[in-house]
Ligand binder design. Structure first.
Ligand code: G6P
Length: 611
Protein backbone atom coordinates (compact mmCIF):
# COMPACT_ATOMS: atom_id res chain seq x y z
CA UNK A 1 0.00 0.00 0.00
CA UNK A 2 1.00 3.66 -0.17
CA UNK A 3 4.32 4.70 1.34
CA UNK A 4 5.40 8.02 2.85
CA UNK A 5 8.92 9.29 3.32
CA UNK A 6 10.25 12.71 4.33
CA UNK A 7 13.68 14.17 5.02
CA UNK A 8 14.83 17.20 6.95
CA UNK A 9 18.51 17.79 7.65
CA UNK A 10 21.69 19.06 6.05
CA UNK A 11 22.04 16.57 3.18
CA UNK A 12 20.40 16.72 -0.21
CA UNK A 13 16.92 15.27 0.24
CA UNK A 14 16.26 14.06 -3.32
CA UNK A 15 18.40 10.91 -3.21
CA UNK A 16 17.32 10.00 0.31
CA UNK A 17 13.66 10.33 -0.66
CA UNK A 18 14.11 8.15 -3.75
CA UNK A 19 16.04 5.58 -1.71
CA UNK A 20 13.27 5.57 0.93
CA UNK A 21 10.65 5.03 -1.77
CA UNK A 22 12.69 2.15 -3.20
CA UNK A 23 12.80 0.54 0.26
CA UNK A 24 9.03 0.64 0.38
CA UNK A 25 8.48 -0.72 -3.13
CA UNK A 26 7.75 -4.15 -1.67
CA UNK A 27 4.53 -2.76 -0.21
CA UNK A 28 2.93 -2.38 -3.66
CA UNK A 29 2.18 0.89 -5.52
CA UNK A 30 1.42 2.23 -8.97
CA UNK A 31 2.94 5.73 -9.09
CA UNK A 32 5.52 7.71 -7.15
CA UNK A 33 6.59 11.28 -6.52
CA UNK A 34 8.72 13.66 -4.48
CA UNK A 35 8.61 17.36 -3.56
CA UNK A 36 11.56 19.41 -2.32
CA UNK A 37 11.94 22.91 -1.01
CA UNK A 38 14.55 24.71 -3.12
CA UNK A 39 15.39 28.33 -2.26
CA UNK A 40 12.05 28.85 -0.59
CA UNK A 41 9.90 27.27 -3.32
CA UNK A 42 8.33 23.83 -3.51
CA UNK A 43 8.96 21.77 -6.66
CA UNK A 44 7.50 18.36 -7.31
CA UNK A 45 8.28 15.48 -9.64
CA UNK A 46 5.96 12.53 -10.22
CA UNK A 47 5.90 9.46 -12.40
CA UNK A 48 3.48 6.63 -13.09
CA UNK A 49 5.00 3.18 -12.65
CA UNK A 50 8.16 2.13 -10.86
CA UNK A 51 10.33 4.25 -8.57
CA UNK A 52 13.15 3.55 -11.06
CA UNK A 53 11.22 5.74 -13.53
CA UNK A 54 11.11 8.53 -10.95
CA UNK A 55 14.80 8.03 -10.15
CA UNK A 56 15.68 8.42 -13.84
CA UNK A 57 13.61 11.59 -14.14
CA UNK A 58 15.21 12.92 -10.96
CA UNK A 59 18.63 13.07 -12.64
CA UNK A 60 17.37 15.92 -14.84
CA UNK A 61 15.26 17.50 -12.11
CA UNK A 62 17.14 20.69 -11.38
CA UNK A 63 15.62 21.39 -7.98
CA UNK A 64 17.50 20.30 -4.88
CA UNK A 65 16.84 20.86 -1.21
CA UNK A 66 17.48 19.46 2.21
CA UNK A 67 13.83 19.25 3.08
CA UNK A 68 11.41 17.11 1.13
CA UNK A 69 8.61 14.56 1.09
CA UNK A 70 7.97 11.55 -1.13
CA UNK A 71 5.24 9.00 -1.77
CA UNK A 72 4.40 5.74 -3.47
CA UNK A 73 0.71 5.64 -4.34
CA UNK A 74 -1.61 2.65 -4.54
CA UNK A 75 -4.65 4.09 -6.29
CA UNK A 76 -7.89 4.42 -4.32
CA UNK A 77 -9.55 7.74 -5.29
CA UNK A 78 -8.87 8.38 -8.96
CA UNK A 79 -7.08 6.28 -11.55
CA UNK A 80 -3.34 5.75 -11.88
CA UNK A 81 -1.96 8.95 -13.41
CA UNK A 82 0.74 11.53 -12.86
CA UNK A 83 -1.72 14.16 -11.72
CA UNK A 84 -3.25 11.81 -9.15
CA UNK A 85 0.20 10.82 -7.83
CA UNK A 86 1.43 12.51 -4.65
CA UNK A 87 2.76 14.96 -3.47
CA UNK A 88 -0.14 17.35 -4.02
CA UNK A 89 0.31 21.09 -3.80
CA UNK A 90 -2.24 23.59 -2.55
CA UNK A 91 -3.65 26.16 -4.96
CA UNK A 92 -0.93 28.80 -5.08
CA UNK A 93 1.71 26.22 -4.10
CA UNK A 94 2.33 27.22 -0.45
CA UNK A 95 1.85 23.72 0.94
CA UNK A 96 2.66 20.20 -0.28
CA UNK A 97 1.29 16.99 1.18
CA UNK A 98 1.67 13.24 0.92
CA UNK A 99 -1.15 11.16 2.35
CA UNK A 100 -1.98 7.55 3.10
CA UNK A 101 -5.58 6.71 3.92
CA UNK A 102 -8.95 7.96 2.79
CA UNK A 103 -10.72 11.27 3.50
CA UNK A 104 -14.34 10.20 3.70
CA UNK A 105 -15.94 13.68 3.70
CA UNK A 106 -13.80 14.95 0.84
CA UNK A 107 -16.75 15.72 -1.48
CA UNK A 108 -18.32 18.23 0.95
CA UNK A 109 -14.97 19.88 1.68
CA UNK A 110 -14.16 20.06 -2.02
CA UNK A 111 -17.48 21.82 -2.76
CA UNK A 112 -16.75 24.28 0.05
CA UNK A 113 -13.24 24.97 -1.21
CA UNK A 114 -14.36 25.43 -4.83
CA UNK A 115 -16.71 28.16 -3.57
CA UNK A 116 -13.67 29.78 -1.98
CA UNK A 117 -11.91 29.73 -5.38
CA UNK A 118 -9.60 26.79 -4.76
CA UNK A 119 -8.79 24.83 -7.89
CA UNK A 120 -8.28 21.09 -8.23
CA UNK A 121 -6.11 19.23 -10.69
CA UNK A 122 -6.58 15.64 -9.54
CA UNK A 123 -9.38 13.24 -8.60
CA UNK A 124 -7.88 12.58 -5.18
CA UNK A 125 -9.19 13.19 -1.70
CA UNK A 126 -5.66 14.28 -0.76
CA UNK A 127 -5.76 17.49 -2.77
CA UNK A 128 -8.75 18.48 -0.67
CA UNK A 129 -6.67 18.05 2.48
CA UNK A 130 -3.81 20.25 1.32
CA UNK A 131 -6.16 22.99 0.12
CA UNK A 132 -7.99 22.92 3.43
CA UNK A 133 -4.66 23.43 5.19
CA UNK A 134 -4.03 26.45 2.97
CA UNK A 135 -7.56 27.71 3.64
CA UNK A 136 -6.99 27.58 7.40
CA UNK A 137 -3.68 29.37 7.03
CA UNK A 138 -5.17 32.13 4.84
CA UNK A 139 -8.14 32.52 7.15
CA UNK A 140 -6.08 32.98 10.30
CA UNK A 141 -2.35 33.15 9.56
CA UNK A 142 -0.42 31.95 12.56
CA UNK A 143 3.20 31.19 13.17
CA UNK A 144 2.71 27.55 14.23
CA UNK A 145 2.60 25.17 11.30
CA UNK A 146 1.40 22.26 13.42
CA UNK A 147 -1.43 24.43 14.73
CA UNK A 148 -2.77 24.96 11.20
CA UNK A 149 -2.56 21.25 10.41
CA UNK A 150 -4.27 20.43 13.71
CA UNK A 151 -7.14 22.84 12.96
CA UNK A 152 -7.57 21.26 9.52
CA UNK A 153 -7.59 17.71 10.77
CA UNK A 154 -10.41 18.44 13.19
CA UNK A 155 -12.63 18.75 10.08
CA UNK A 156 -11.49 15.50 8.48
CA UNK A 157 -13.46 12.27 8.65
CA UNK A 158 -11.62 9.13 7.61
CA UNK A 159 -8.06 7.90 7.98
CA UNK A 160 -4.74 9.51 7.35
CA UNK A 161 -1.03 9.39 7.72
CA UNK A 162 0.22 12.71 6.33
CA UNK A 163 3.44 14.63 5.90
CA UNK A 164 3.11 18.31 5.02
CA UNK A 165 5.79 20.81 4.06
CA UNK A 166 5.43 24.50 3.34
CA UNK A 167 7.13 27.44 1.69
CA UNK A 168 5.98 29.54 4.65
CA UNK A 169 7.35 27.24 7.35
CA UNK A 170 10.59 26.31 5.70
CA UNK A 171 12.26 24.59 8.68
CA UNK A 172 9.83 21.84 9.50
CA UNK A 173 7.69 19.02 8.24
CA UNK A 174 4.42 18.38 10.04
CA UNK A 175 3.16 14.82 10.23
CA UNK A 176 -0.03 13.38 11.70
CA UNK A 177 -1.72 10.03 11.93
CA UNK A 178 -5.09 8.44 12.30
CA UNK A 179 -5.15 4.68 11.55
CA UNK A 180 -2.22 4.88 9.13
CA UNK A 181 1.30 4.30 10.42
CA UNK A 182 3.99 6.96 10.65
CA UNK A 183 7.31 7.13 12.41
CA UNK A 184 10.25 9.46 12.89
CA UNK A 185 13.73 7.99 12.35
CA UNK A 186 16.10 9.91 14.59
CA UNK A 187 19.43 10.87 13.06
CA UNK A 188 22.30 13.21 13.96
CA UNK A 189 21.24 16.68 12.79
CA UNK A 190 18.62 15.10 10.55
CA UNK A 191 15.33 13.30 10.89
CA UNK A 192 13.64 10.99 8.42
CA UNK A 193 9.96 10.35 8.57
CA UNK A 194 8.28 7.36 7.00
CA UNK A 195 5.23 5.17 7.05
CA UNK A 196 7.42 2.07 7.14
CA UNK A 197 10.62 1.51 9.11
CA UNK A 198 12.16 -0.06 5.99
CA UNK A 199 12.55 3.47 4.57
CA UNK A 200 14.66 4.69 7.49
CA UNK A 201 16.54 1.55 8.58
CA UNK A 202 19.52 2.36 6.35
CA UNK A 203 20.05 5.67 8.16
CA UNK A 204 19.08 4.99 11.76
CA UNK A 205 17.75 2.25 14.00
CA UNK A 206 16.21 4.65 16.54
CA UNK A 207 12.59 5.33 15.73
CA UNK A 208 9.63 7.01 17.40
CA UNK A 209 6.19 5.82 16.29
CA UNK A 210 3.28 8.22 16.21
CA UNK A 211 0.05 7.08 17.84
CA UNK A 212 -3.40 7.73 16.49
CA UNK A 213 -4.51 11.30 17.08
CA UNK A 214 -0.97 12.67 17.31
CA UNK A 215 0.63 15.48 15.34
CA UNK A 216 4.39 16.09 15.19
CA UNK A 217 6.42 19.02 14.13
CA UNK A 218 9.72 17.60 12.85
CA UNK A 219 12.83 19.77 12.44
CA UNK A 220 16.37 18.73 11.60
CA UNK A 221 17.54 18.63 15.21
CA UNK A 222 14.37 18.10 17.21
CA UNK A 223 10.74 17.16 17.08
CA UNK A 224 7.64 17.85 19.13
CA UNK A 225 4.68 15.51 19.34
CA UNK A 226 1.30 16.60 20.71
CA UNK A 227 -2.20 15.29 20.36
CA UNK A 228 -4.75 16.78 18.01
CA UNK A 229 -6.07 18.65 21.03
CA UNK A 230 -2.64 19.98 21.96
CA UNK A 231 -1.94 17.73 24.91
CA UNK A 232 1.65 16.65 25.41
CA UNK A 233 2.55 12.98 24.92
CA UNK A 234 5.18 10.66 26.37
CA UNK A 235 7.66 9.81 23.67
CA UNK A 236 8.95 6.22 23.48
CA UNK A 237 11.98 5.46 21.34
CA UNK A 238 12.21 1.96 19.78
CA UNK A 239 15.32 0.24 18.48
CA UNK A 240 14.79 -1.57 15.15
CA UNK A 241 15.99 -5.18 15.12
CA UNK A 242 16.62 -5.33 11.38
CA UNK A 243 19.94 -5.69 9.67
CA UNK A 244 20.88 -3.83 6.51
CA UNK A 245 21.38 -7.15 4.67
CA UNK A 246 17.67 -7.91 5.17
CA UNK A 247 17.06 -5.29 2.51
CA UNK A 248 19.55 -6.60 -0.05
CA UNK A 249 19.16 -9.50 -2.43
CA UNK A 250 22.61 -10.88 -1.54
CA UNK A 251 22.96 -12.66 -4.86
CA UNK A 252 19.46 -14.12 -5.00
CA UNK A 253 17.34 -13.23 -8.04
CA UNK A 254 14.32 -12.43 -5.88
CA UNK A 255 13.50 -11.61 -2.27
CA UNK A 256 10.99 -14.44 -2.21
CA UNK A 257 13.66 -17.03 -2.97
CA UNK A 258 16.08 -15.40 -0.54
CA UNK A 259 13.46 -15.42 2.19
CA UNK A 260 12.56 -19.09 1.56
CA UNK A 261 16.24 -19.95 2.00
CA UNK A 262 16.51 -17.82 5.12
CA UNK A 263 14.01 -19.98 6.97
CA UNK A 264 16.46 -22.10 9.00
CA UNK A 265 17.90 -18.99 10.65
CA UNK A 266 14.51 -17.29 10.90
CA UNK A 267 13.17 -20.28 12.80
CA UNK A 268 16.25 -20.32 14.99
CA UNK A 269 15.63 -16.64 15.80
CA UNK A 270 12.00 -17.37 16.65
CA UNK A 271 13.16 -19.98 19.16
CA UNK A 272 16.23 -18.24 20.59
CA UNK A 273 16.12 -17.95 24.38
CA UNK A 274 12.61 -19.39 24.50
CA UNK A 275 13.22 -22.87 25.91
CA UNK A 276 13.11 -23.47 29.65
CA UNK A 277 16.37 -24.61 31.22
CA UNK A 278 14.84 -27.99 32.16
CA UNK A 279 14.54 -28.73 28.42
CA UNK A 280 10.88 -29.70 28.41
CA UNK A 281 8.94 -26.51 27.76
CA UNK A 282 9.03 -23.03 26.29
CA UNK A 283 8.82 -19.52 27.72
CA UNK A 284 8.03 -16.15 26.20
CA UNK A 285 9.42 -13.09 27.95
CA UNK A 286 6.79 -10.95 26.26
CA UNK A 287 3.79 -12.82 27.65
CA UNK A 288 3.01 -11.17 30.91
CA UNK A 289 0.59 -13.86 32.14
CA UNK A 290 1.61 -16.16 34.98
CA UNK A 291 1.20 -19.95 34.66
CA UNK A 292 -1.82 -19.60 36.97
CA UNK A 293 -3.41 -17.05 34.63
CA UNK A 294 -2.63 -19.16 31.56
CA UNK A 295 -4.04 -22.22 33.29
CA UNK A 296 -7.30 -20.32 33.89
CA UNK A 297 -7.79 -19.70 30.16
CA UNK A 298 -10.71 -21.80 28.85
CA UNK A 299 -10.68 -20.70 25.26
CA UNK A 300 -8.39 -19.00 22.78
CA UNK A 301 -9.42 -16.72 19.96
CA UNK A 302 -7.03 -15.87 17.13
CA UNK A 303 -7.66 -13.02 14.67
CA UNK A 304 -5.55 -12.32 11.58
CA UNK A 305 -5.59 -11.83 7.81
CA UNK A 306 -4.01 -13.61 4.85
CA UNK A 307 -1.09 -15.90 5.60
CA UNK A 308 -1.19 -14.93 9.27
CA UNK A 309 -4.75 -16.28 9.34
CA UNK A 310 -3.49 -19.58 7.96
CA UNK A 311 -0.79 -19.62 10.62
CA UNK A 312 -3.50 -19.19 13.26
CA UNK A 313 -5.48 -22.10 11.79
CA UNK A 314 -2.34 -24.17 12.18
CA UNK A 315 -2.07 -22.93 15.75
CA UNK A 316 -5.60 -24.19 16.35
CA UNK A 317 -4.71 -27.72 15.28
CA UNK A 318 -1.56 -27.77 17.39
CA UNK A 319 -3.00 -26.14 20.52
CA UNK A 320 -6.15 -28.26 20.50
CA UNK A 321 -4.13 -31.43 19.89
CA UNK A 322 -1.48 -30.85 22.54
CA UNK A 323 -2.94 -28.42 25.08
CA UNK A 324 -6.58 -29.48 24.72
CA UNK A 325 -7.86 -25.88 24.84
CA UNK A 326 -10.63 -25.01 22.40
CA UNK A 327 -9.46 -22.50 19.82
CA UNK A 328 -11.42 -20.30 17.42
CA UNK A 329 -9.80 -18.57 14.50
CA UNK A 330 -11.50 -15.59 12.89
CA UNK A 331 -10.72 -13.48 9.87
CA UNK A 332 -9.99 -10.16 11.55
CA UNK A 333 -12.17 -8.34 9.00
CA UNK A 334 -15.14 -10.51 10.01
CA UNK A 335 -14.55 -10.45 13.74
CA UNK A 336 -14.43 -6.66 13.89
CA UNK A 337 -18.03 -6.39 12.69
CA UNK A 338 -19.43 -9.56 14.23
CA UNK A 339 -21.09 -9.72 17.57
CA UNK A 340 -19.68 -13.14 18.41
CA UNK A 341 -20.28 -14.57 21.88
CA UNK A 342 -17.23 -15.95 23.67
CA UNK A 343 -16.57 -17.48 27.05
CA UNK A 344 -15.46 -15.27 29.86
CA UNK A 345 -11.99 -16.76 30.16
CA UNK A 346 -11.08 -16.26 26.53
CA UNK A 347 -7.58 -15.10 25.72
CA UNK A 348 -7.30 -13.28 22.41
CA UNK A 349 -4.28 -13.34 20.11
CA UNK A 350 -3.84 -11.12 17.07
CA UNK A 351 -1.18 -12.24 14.61
CA UNK A 352 0.32 -9.87 12.05
CA UNK A 353 3.71 -9.87 10.37
CA UNK A 354 3.65 -6.12 9.73
CA UNK A 355 1.78 -5.20 12.88
CA UNK A 356 -0.08 -2.62 10.79
CA UNK A 357 -2.92 -4.49 9.05
CA UNK A 358 -5.97 -2.32 9.61
CA UNK A 359 -8.50 -5.14 9.99
CA UNK A 360 -6.32 -6.95 12.52
CA UNK A 361 -5.87 -3.72 14.43
CA UNK A 362 -9.62 -3.15 14.43
CA UNK A 363 -10.22 -6.70 15.68
CA UNK A 364 -7.72 -5.99 18.46
CA UNK A 365 -9.62 -2.84 19.49
CA UNK A 366 -12.93 -4.70 19.34
CA UNK A 367 -11.60 -7.49 21.59
CA UNK A 368 -10.19 -4.94 24.04
CA UNK A 369 -13.45 -3.01 24.03
CA UNK A 370 -15.12 -6.20 25.18
CA UNK A 371 -12.65 -6.49 28.01
CA UNK A 372 -10.51 -9.38 26.78
CA UNK A 373 -6.77 -9.54 27.31
CA UNK A 374 -5.22 -9.32 23.85
CA UNK A 375 -1.75 -10.63 23.07
CA UNK A 376 0.06 -10.11 19.78
CA UNK A 377 2.42 -12.06 17.58
CA UNK A 378 4.14 -9.57 15.28
CA UNK A 379 7.37 -9.20 13.40
CA UNK A 380 7.82 -5.45 13.48
CA UNK A 381 9.12 -4.06 16.76
CA UNK A 382 7.10 -1.07 17.91
CA UNK A 383 4.44 -1.52 15.20
CA UNK A 384 0.93 -0.30 15.93
CA UNK A 385 -0.37 -3.75 16.84
CA UNK A 386 2.67 -4.45 19.01
CA UNK A 387 2.01 -1.24 20.93
CA UNK A 388 -1.74 -1.68 21.20
CA UNK A 389 -1.73 -5.23 22.61
CA UNK A 390 -1.46 -5.96 26.31
CA UNK A 391 1.70 -7.98 25.68
CA UNK A 392 3.08 -10.22 22.99
CA UNK A 393 5.70 -12.20 21.17
CA UNK A 394 8.06 -10.80 18.57
CA UNK A 395 8.97 -13.02 15.64
CA UNK A 396 12.48 -11.60 15.03
CA UNK A 397 12.21 -12.85 11.43
CA UNK A 398 13.94 -9.80 9.97
CA UNK A 399 12.39 -7.55 7.37
CA UNK A 400 10.26 -9.53 4.93
CA UNK A 401 10.49 -7.85 1.53
CA UNK A 402 8.55 -10.31 -0.65
CA UNK A 403 4.91 -9.26 -0.72
CA UNK A 404 3.78 -12.87 -0.31
CA UNK A 405 4.76 -14.06 3.12
CA UNK A 406 7.12 -17.03 3.39
CA UNK A 407 9.63 -16.77 6.22
CA UNK A 408 7.24 -14.76 8.40
CA UNK A 409 4.61 -17.49 8.01
CA UNK A 410 7.12 -20.20 8.97
CA UNK A 411 8.17 -18.15 11.97
CA UNK A 412 4.55 -17.64 13.05
CA UNK A 413 3.77 -21.35 13.00
CA UNK A 414 7.00 -22.07 14.85
CA UNK A 415 5.94 -19.66 17.60
CA UNK A 416 2.43 -21.11 17.66
CA UNK A 417 3.85 -24.61 17.97
CA UNK A 418 5.98 -23.41 20.89
CA UNK A 419 2.90 -21.83 22.41
CA UNK A 420 1.05 -25.14 22.06
CA UNK A 421 3.87 -26.79 23.97
CA UNK A 422 3.86 -24.14 26.71
CA UNK A 423 0.08 -24.42 27.19
CA UNK A 424 0.24 -28.23 27.07
CA UNK A 425 2.96 -28.39 29.71
CA UNK A 426 0.89 -26.21 32.03
CA UNK A 427 -1.90 -28.75 31.62
CA UNK A 428 -1.50 -32.45 30.87
CA UNK A 429 1.66 -33.05 28.89
CA UNK A 430 4.27 -34.96 30.86
CA UNK A 431 7.98 -34.17 31.04
CA UNK A 432 9.16 -36.92 28.70
CA UNK A 433 6.74 -35.93 25.96
CA UNK A 434 7.72 -32.30 26.55
CA UNK A 435 11.41 -33.17 26.08
CA UNK A 436 10.63 -34.91 22.77
CA UNK A 437 8.69 -31.88 21.59
CA UNK A 438 11.54 -29.50 22.52
CA UNK A 439 14.05 -31.71 20.74
CA UNK A 440 11.87 -31.73 17.64
CA UNK A 441 11.65 -27.93 17.67
CA UNK A 442 15.41 -27.62 18.14
CA UNK A 443 16.00 -29.90 15.17
CA UNK A 444 13.96 -27.67 12.86
CA UNK A 445 16.77 -25.52 11.37
CA UNK A 446 18.68 -28.63 10.25
CA UNK A 447 15.58 -30.36 8.91
CA UNK A 448 14.45 -27.26 7.04
CA UNK A 449 17.97 -27.09 5.59
CA UNK A 450 17.41 -30.62 4.21
CA UNK A 451 14.04 -29.70 2.69
CA UNK A 452 15.58 -26.65 1.02
CA UNK A 453 17.72 -29.05 -1.01
CA UNK A 454 14.55 -30.03 -2.89
CA UNK A 455 14.57 -26.67 -4.66
CA UNK A 456 15.85 -28.07 -7.98
CA UNK A 457 13.50 -31.06 -8.03
CA UNK A 458 10.56 -28.75 -7.37
CA UNK A 459 11.72 -26.47 -10.17
CA UNK A 460 11.58 -29.45 -12.53
CA UNK A 461 8.06 -30.31 -11.42
CA UNK A 462 7.04 -26.66 -11.84
CA UNK A 463 8.39 -26.79 -15.42
CA UNK A 464 6.04 -29.67 -16.23
CA UNK A 465 2.93 -28.14 -14.73
CA UNK A 466 3.24 -24.36 -14.90
CA UNK A 467 0.83 -24.07 -17.82
CA UNK A 468 -1.98 -25.97 -16.10
CA UNK A 469 -4.94 -23.76 -15.29
CA UNK A 470 -6.40 -25.38 -12.18
CA UNK A 471 -4.74 -26.52 -8.98
CA UNK A 472 -6.34 -28.15 -5.96
CA UNK A 473 -4.36 -28.36 -2.72
CA UNK A 474 -5.53 -31.09 -0.40
CA UNK A 475 -4.53 -31.89 3.15
CA UNK A 476 -6.07 -33.43 6.23
CA UNK A 477 -6.03 -32.10 9.79
CA UNK A 478 -2.92 -29.99 10.43
CA UNK A 479 -2.04 -30.25 6.74
CA UNK A 480 -5.23 -28.44 5.74
CA UNK A 481 -3.90 -24.98 6.74
CA UNK A 482 -0.69 -25.92 4.92
CA UNK A 483 -2.81 -26.64 1.83
CA UNK A 484 -4.59 -23.31 2.22
CA UNK A 485 -1.30 -21.46 2.46
CA UNK A 486 0.14 -23.36 -0.53
CA UNK A 487 -2.89 -22.44 -2.66
CA UNK A 488 -2.72 -18.81 -1.54
CA UNK A 489 0.96 -18.63 -2.51
CA UNK A 490 0.22 -19.97 -5.98
CA UNK A 491 -2.64 -17.51 -6.50
CA UNK A 492 -0.59 -14.55 -5.26
CA UNK A 493 2.63 -15.32 -7.05
CA UNK A 494 1.62 -17.06 -10.26
CA UNK A 495 -1.94 -15.73 -10.79
CA UNK A 496 -3.24 -19.28 -11.20
CA UNK A 497 -6.55 -20.39 -9.85
CA UNK A 498 -5.81 -22.57 -6.87
CA UNK A 499 -8.11 -23.77 -4.10
CA UNK A 500 -7.54 -25.77 -0.97
CA UNK A 501 -9.81 -28.23 0.77
CA UNK A 502 -9.60 -30.76 3.55
CA UNK A 503 -8.80 -33.85 1.47
CA UNK A 504 -12.09 -35.67 2.03
CA UNK A 505 -14.15 -32.55 1.24
CA UNK A 506 -12.93 -32.91 -2.30
CA UNK A 507 -15.76 -35.39 -2.93
CA UNK A 508 -18.38 -32.83 -1.89
CA UNK A 509 -18.06 -30.55 -4.87
CA UNK A 510 -14.49 -29.77 -5.93
CA UNK A 511 -14.16 -33.18 -7.63
CA UNK A 512 -16.46 -31.79 -10.32
CA UNK A 513 -13.51 -29.62 -11.36
CA UNK A 514 -11.18 -32.55 -11.84
CA UNK A 515 -10.25 -33.35 -15.40
CA UNK A 516 -7.02 -33.82 -17.32
CA UNK A 517 -6.25 -30.15 -16.90
CA UNK A 518 -6.38 -30.29 -13.10
CA UNK A 519 -3.37 -30.73 -10.86
CA UNK A 520 -4.03 -31.97 -7.32
CA UNK A 521 -1.33 -31.43 -4.72
CA UNK A 522 -1.73 -33.80 -1.81
CA UNK A 523 0.08 -32.85 1.36
CA UNK A 524 0.23 -36.36 2.73
CA UNK A 525 2.90 -36.03 5.39
CA UNK A 526 0.79 -36.73 8.45
CA UNK A 527 0.68 -40.32 9.47
CA UNK A 528 -2.98 -40.55 10.37
CA UNK A 529 -5.65 -41.48 7.83
CA UNK A 530 -3.18 -42.37 5.09
CA UNK A 531 -5.35 -45.16 3.69
CA UNK A 532 -8.19 -42.68 3.32
CA UNK A 533 -5.89 -40.22 1.56
CA UNK A 534 -4.80 -43.03 -0.74
CA UNK A 535 -8.46 -43.57 -1.69
CA UNK A 536 -8.76 -39.88 -2.52
CA UNK A 537 -5.65 -40.05 -4.68
CA UNK A 538 -7.17 -42.97 -6.59
CA UNK A 539 -10.38 -41.02 -7.12
CA UNK A 540 -8.48 -38.17 -8.72
CA UNK A 541 -6.43 -40.57 -10.81
CA UNK A 542 -9.58 -42.25 -12.11
CA UNK A 543 -10.79 -38.87 -13.40
CA UNK A 544 -7.62 -38.00 -15.25
CA UNK A 545 -6.28 -35.42 -12.78
CA UNK A 546 -2.54 -35.04 -12.26
CA UNK A 547 -1.22 -35.86 -8.83
CA UNK A 548 1.71 -34.27 -7.04
CA UNK A 549 2.14 -35.82 -3.62
CA UNK A 550 4.28 -34.50 -0.80
CA UNK A 551 5.01 -37.47 1.41
CA UNK A 552 7.49 -38.74 3.96
CA UNK A 553 8.55 -42.34 4.49
CA UNK A 554 4.93 -43.37 4.75
CA UNK A 555 2.86 -45.89 2.88
CA UNK A 556 1.41 -43.65 0.14
CA UNK A 557 1.65 -45.66 -3.10
CA UNK A 558 4.15 -43.63 -5.07
CA UNK A 559 3.43 -45.39 -8.37
CA UNK A 560 -0.10 -43.99 -8.47
CA UNK A 561 1.16 -40.40 -8.27
CA UNK A 562 2.56 -38.42 -11.19
CA UNK A 563 5.14 -36.71 -9.00
CA UNK A 564 6.34 -37.49 -5.52
CA UNK A 565 8.33 -35.25 -3.24
CA UNK A 566 9.68 -36.90 -0.15
CA UNK A 567 10.42 -34.81 2.90
CA UNK A 568 11.71 -36.01 6.28
CA UNK A 569 9.31 -37.68 8.69
CA UNK A 570 9.15 -35.49 11.78
CA UNK A 571 7.30 -34.89 15.07
CA UNK A 572 3.75 -33.72 14.39
CA UNK A 573 4.38 -30.50 16.34
CA UNK A 574 6.79 -29.35 13.63
CA UNK A 575 5.38 -31.19 10.61
CA UNK A 576 3.43 -28.19 9.22
CA UNK A 577 6.56 -26.03 9.29
CA UNK A 578 8.48 -28.61 7.28
CA UNK A 579 5.59 -29.36 4.90
CA UNK A 580 4.99 -25.78 3.74
CA UNK A 581 8.48 -25.34 2.27
CA UNK A 582 7.92 -27.39 -0.95
CA UNK A 583 4.72 -25.43 -1.62
CA UNK A 584 6.55 -22.10 -1.27
CA UNK A 585 9.12 -23.27 -3.82
CA UNK A 586 6.39 -24.55 -6.12
CA UNK A 587 4.57 -21.19 -6.16
CA UNK A 588 7.88 -19.38 -6.69
CA UNK A 589 8.97 -21.48 -9.66
CA UNK A 590 5.54 -21.55 -11.31
CA UNK A 591 5.40 -17.75 -10.90
CA UNK A 592 8.84 -17.32 -12.49
CA UNK A 593 7.99 -19.66 -15.37
CA UNK A 594 4.79 -17.73 -16.01
CA UNK A 595 6.77 -14.49 -16.16
CA UNK A 596 5.27 -12.98 -13.00
CA UNK A 597 6.85 -10.34 -10.77
CA UNK A 598 7.09 -12.67 -7.79
CA UNK A 599 8.29 -10.04 -5.32
CA UNK A 600 5.65 -7.52 -6.26
CA UNK A 601 2.60 -9.40 -7.50
CA UNK A 602 -0.04 -7.35 -9.26
CA UNK A 603 -2.77 -5.70 -7.17
CA UNK A 604 -1.29 -6.90 -3.87
CA UNK A 605 0.15 -4.88 -1.04
CA UNK A 606 2.50 -6.08 1.65
CA UNK A 607 0.52 -4.55 4.42
CA UNK A 608 -3.06 -3.52 3.94
CA UNK A 609 -3.62 -0.32 5.88
CA UNK A 610 -6.98 0.67 4.42
CA UNK A 611 -10.23 -1.23 4.83
C1 G6P B 1 -1.46 -8.80 2.89
C2 G6P B 1 -0.21 -9.51 2.40
C3 G6P B 1 -0.18 -10.94 2.93
C4 G6P B 1 -0.33 -10.95 4.44
C5 G6P B 1 -1.58 -10.20 4.89
C6 G6P B 1 -1.61 -10.00 6.40
O1 G6P B 1 -2.59 -9.34 2.28
O2 G6P B 1 -0.15 -9.51 1.00
O3 G6P B 1 1.05 -11.55 2.58
O4 G6P B 1 -0.39 -12.27 4.89
O5 G6P B 1 -1.58 -8.90 4.31
O6 G6P B 1 -0.53 -9.18 6.77
P1 G6P B 1 0.07 -9.09 8.22
O7 G6P B 1 1.17 -8.07 8.12
O8 G6P B 1 -1.05 -8.63 9.11
O9 G6P B 1 0.56 -10.43 8.61
Amino acid sequence: MCGIVGYIGQKEANGILIDGLKRMEYRGYDSAGIAVLDKGNIFSLKRVGKVAELARAQINFSYRGSIGIGHTRWATHGNVSECNAHPHLSTGGNFAIVHNGIVENYAQIKAFLIEKNYTFHSDTDTEVLVNLIDYHYQKAPCSYFAEIVRKTLLHIKGTYGIAVMSEIFANEIVIARKSSPLLIGLGEGENIIASDAAAVARYTKRVVYLNDGEVASVRSDNFLITTLHENTVDVVCHELDWEIHDMDLEGYPHYMLKEIFEQPSVIENAMRGRFTTDGCSTKFGGISLTPQELRAVDHLLFCACGSAYHACLEGKYLIEKYARIPVDVEHASEFRYRNAPFQRNTLVFVVSQSGETIDTLAALHEAKRRGYTVLGITNVVGSTIARATDAGIYQHAGLEMGVASTKAFASQITILSMLALLLARIRDMDTVVGVQYVQALKSLPVIIGEVLKLSNSIQLIAKKYHNYKRFLFLGRQAMYPVALEGALKLKEIAYVHAEAFPTAEMKHGPIALVSEGTVCLFIATQNELLDKTMNNIQEIKARGGKIIAIVNNNCIAREVCDEVLTIPEVHSGINPIVSIIPLQFFAYYVGILRGCDVDRPRNLAKSVTVE
